[in-house]
Design a protein. Structure first.
Lengths: 236, 153
């Protein structure tokens, strides 16, 4: 007997598919280069903002989005391999992929901020470090792409395996938010996070992106509040 | 007659090598060429792409002329045998595979020259949008070589 359980709330689903779009866009524009290089910076900024959002959401978001609730501890992984794991969100092996993907995307976005291509692109924080270090970080940026490709390959292959072999319907779950789970696991509906937590998480993400591009979020907020009139620059 | 031709060819080869100089000199020359290119591409990028309000036609023409001159200067003469190892202003980042990928390298050089010549033309015309678009094509041709034969730091 299976019941429908609401597992992924809409911010998490939107995050996931926006991240897919941003990563595909960043990968493609990075490959092509030339006139698309500026767009590579923009897609990279989107990845940065999305990853920051997800990190915050991992602490304040809805039940199954929280890192503490799916952190792949050794005992959880062991239980999963023995077939004894009970849960509604990311299974422990999937959780490994989630953390690995977030880590490599954070590295890519982070190194990209300081990178240069020795042609006409400099990341928004390039000026903060010397050229030799930027060259090194650019090298690591490129190497990390290979790691990303491997992880994405594993992620997609695993999802397809669950979809077609284990009939788990994970793709549908990431679209509708709903999973069919054994009654024994219900009620496992995610406890939603309120609008204030959502707005705060988005604000943190936007502030980071705006900040690295030379904007000054705090000053702008102060200006909005009528405290001080300071113009913030913005290269985006 | 044949001997003369052989001597002439041999002399030609020796002269070319001598002109390009020893390994360190070739590496230094080519590194200088790319630094100089960088100065000029940065000017065009700034004036035609990032800050079009600062566009200065004369400066952009001068930069495009300099880029075309460097592109047409037979840069590949500076990539003699053994120049995948050595230090010019700094250690070279040329991959040893460079010497096996001659066909691709020649093709990339031809593209680079073509795009640089075209940039020179559109700079003369002075249309900022066209300069920006052509600059994109030029920088893609730079990337072609970087991806193919340049060592990652």
């Amino acid at each position: 007997m299976k019941v429908e359980v609401h597992v992924w709330d809409w911010p998490l689903r939107l995050f996931h598919w926006l991240l897919v779009a941003a990563v595909v866009g960043a990968y493609w524009t990075g490959k092509v280069g030339g006139e698309w290089t500026d767009w590579h910076g923009r897609f990279g900024s989107a990845v940065l903002g999305l990853v920051v959002f997800r990190l915050v959401w991992g602490f304040v978001g809805s039940t199954h989005a929280r890192f503490a609730n799916f952190f792949p501890t050794f005992s959880r992984i062991a239980a999963y391999i023995r077939g004894e794991w009970l849960g509604a969100g990311h299974n422990p092996l999937g959780a490994l992929a989630v953390f690995a993907l977030l880590a490599v995307l954070a590295i890519l976005a982070g190194t990209g901020l300081f990178a240069n291509d020795d042609i006409a692109f400099e990341g928004p924080l390039f000026d903060l470090i010397d050229k030799d270090l930027s060259d090194k970080l650019s090298g690591w940026h490129l190497r990390s792409v290979n790691v990303l490709l491997i992880l994405v390959g594993i992620h997609v292959a695993a999802i397809l395996f669950y979809q077609h072999v284990k009939k788990a319907g994970l793709i549908g779950a990431m679209l509708t938010g709903k999973k069919q789970l054994p009654r024994s696991l219900a009620p496992a509906d995610a406890k939603p996070a309120g609008p204030i937590r959502l707005i705060a998480s988005i604000a943190v993400a936007l502030s980071v992106v705006w900040g690295v591009w030379g904007g000054e979020p705090l000053q702008a907020l102060a200006k909005l509040a009528g405290v001080q009139n300071v113009q913030a620059g913005n290269k985006l | 007659m044949k001997t003369q031709l052989a001597i002439a060819l041999a002399l030609g080869a020796v002269t070319t090598a001598a002109l390009a100089g020893p390994i360190e000199e070739q590496i230094r020359f080519r590194q200088s060429a790319y630094s100089f290119l960088g100065w000029n591409t940065a000017k065009i990028k700034a004036q035609a792409a990032d800050h079009p309000e600062t566009f200065n036609k004369d400066q952009v023409i001068a930069a495009a002329n300099a880029i075309a001159a460097v592109a047409n200067s037979n840069l590949l003469e500076l990539y003699g045998p053994g120049t995948d190892q050595g230090t010019g202003w700094k250690p070279t980042r040329l991959k040893p595979e460079y010497f096996q990928k001659q066909a691709e390298v020649k093709e990339l050089e031809a593209t680079f020259i073509k795009e640089a010549n075209e940039l020179q033309k559109v700079a003369e015309d002075g249309d900022v949008g066209e300069i920006k678009a052509q600059f994109g094509k030029l920088s893609a041709s730079c990337k072609g070589c970087h991806d193919l034969v340049r060592v990652r730091e």
